[in-house]
Write a protein that binds this ligand. Structure first.
Ligand code: AQP
Length: 346
């Protein structure tokens, strides 16, 4: 691990470091697992330093019941650990324990242009018609996300497709900072968005993303759902009357069908092309139970392990505190150097 502050410009000259996070804004979904956590585990290799965060400061951009937030934070940590994030290989912590995130977030609020923020589609989706009444934090969220990433000079950011625009904004913020202060300090990170699970859709409406905070529980598979619930949710998942075609082309205009194929592919580590070939001509009566069995097979051991961690909150807190200390060791010198570049008197 390098604690020294690196000052060259292109990401290629930086330590290959991965950063990503998940909000504790509810229970983890299959979308979080396939689009994020499973891929975080895959990137945990000698090629990268991996830093994974429970981004609790992002969660409070919308109302969170204080008595539930701590539990939700531990539950996301348990989800990471149960899925295979190894705290001896990765740094795992919750964001609010490393105050440098909020400090760099403020500096980036002063670098980011309002015009850039106005183009963020996730804010438009989340605020909807209610944009006058949402928190300022929800609007500034992408600037704090840029701080999360750049505080570690991270070079690779694995995310689902919905976060791509925010990672691109992070590159714009890094470029503007480097340009304005003639500092050549922050790397231009790469979003890592690949595989069939980039955007897992809602089971009742294949045009909407599967989300933790979606209205109905039947829209999503939760990582802690038991076998009966998983089977019931897939059985009731919206589809169409047609059988599965021979190629992915044949799924055009059938978003719900495409989503179930992509979920199967991601769970079984195959391409969606391979899955459609295997099930060409099959009806839902055959495909849905096969998908439910596969999901139970993959999720049941993780959910059992999550419960085991949740029964020992002190152990989760110990892991997060240890991760936070290691995160601060990287973050503090980078923030100090940022303050110096900006001209803030120490
Ligand atoms: N449906 C999804 N398909 C693929 N990836 C997804 N991710 C979330 N949903 C899907 C990815 O999970 C990571 C963490 O996301 P997050 O929890 O921090 O924020 P989010 O994207 O806003 O997730 P939700 O579930 O929609 O939360 P709520 O409902 O509380 O706003 C990210 O990498 C994300 O891409």
């Amino acid at each position: 691990m390098t604690d020294a502050v690196q000052t060259p410009s292109s990401a290629g000259q930086f330590t290959k470091r991965v950063f990503s996070g998940i909000k504790p804004s509810g229970g983890l979904t299959l979308g979080n697992y396939l689009g994020a956590i499973k891929r975080f585990v895959d990137m945990q290799s000698p090629e990268f330093e991996t830093v994974y965060c429970v981004v609790d400061l992002h969660a409070i951009t919308v109302w969170q019941d204080p008595s539930e937030l701590k539990t939700a934070t531990r539950e996301v940590a348990a989800g990471y650990l149960a899925s295979g994030i190894d705290p001896t290989k990765s740094i795992l912590f919750n964001q609010s324990q490393v105050s440098q995130h909020a400090e760099l977030g403020w500096i980036f609020n002063c670098v980011t242009r309002v015009g850039w923020m106005n183009r963020m589609t996730q804010f438009k989706d989340k605020a909807g018609a209610n944009s006058e009444n949402v928190s300022l934090g929800l609007y500034a969220y992408p600037s704090l996300m840029a701080a999360d990433i750049l505080l570690y000079h991270a070079t690779h950011v694995p995310v689902g497709d919905d976060q791509k625009q925010h990672v691109e904004l992070t590159r714009d913020i890094a470029s503007k900072f480097n340009h304005d202060f003639k500092a050549d300090f922050f790397p231009l990170c790469e979003p890592v968005i690949e595989g069939p699970a980039m955007r897992i859709m809602n089971l009742r409406d294949g045009t909407k993303k599967m989300s933790k905070s979606g209205e109905s529980d039947m829209e999503r598979i939760n990582m802690t759902d038991d076998a009966d619930k998983i089977a019931k949710k897939f059985k009731k998942a919206k589809t169409d009357p047609e059988a599965l075609p021979e190629t992915l082309e044949g799924l055009k205009g059938r978003p719900e069908a495409r989503n179930l194929i992509d979920i199967y592919a991601a769970l079984s580590d195959q391409t969606s092309e391979a899955v459609i070939k295997e099930y060409a001509g099959a009806g839902w009566g055959r495909f849905k139970p096969a998908l439910a069995d596969l999901a139970v097979d993959k999720l049941a051991p993780i959910s059992t392990e999550m419960s085991r961690y949740m029964d020992d909150p002190a152990e989760i807190d110990r892991i997060l505190a240890d991760g936070a200390a290691r995160a601060r060791a990287i973050a503090a010198p980078i923030l100090d150097k940022t303050y110096e570049i900006v001209g803030l008197l120490k």
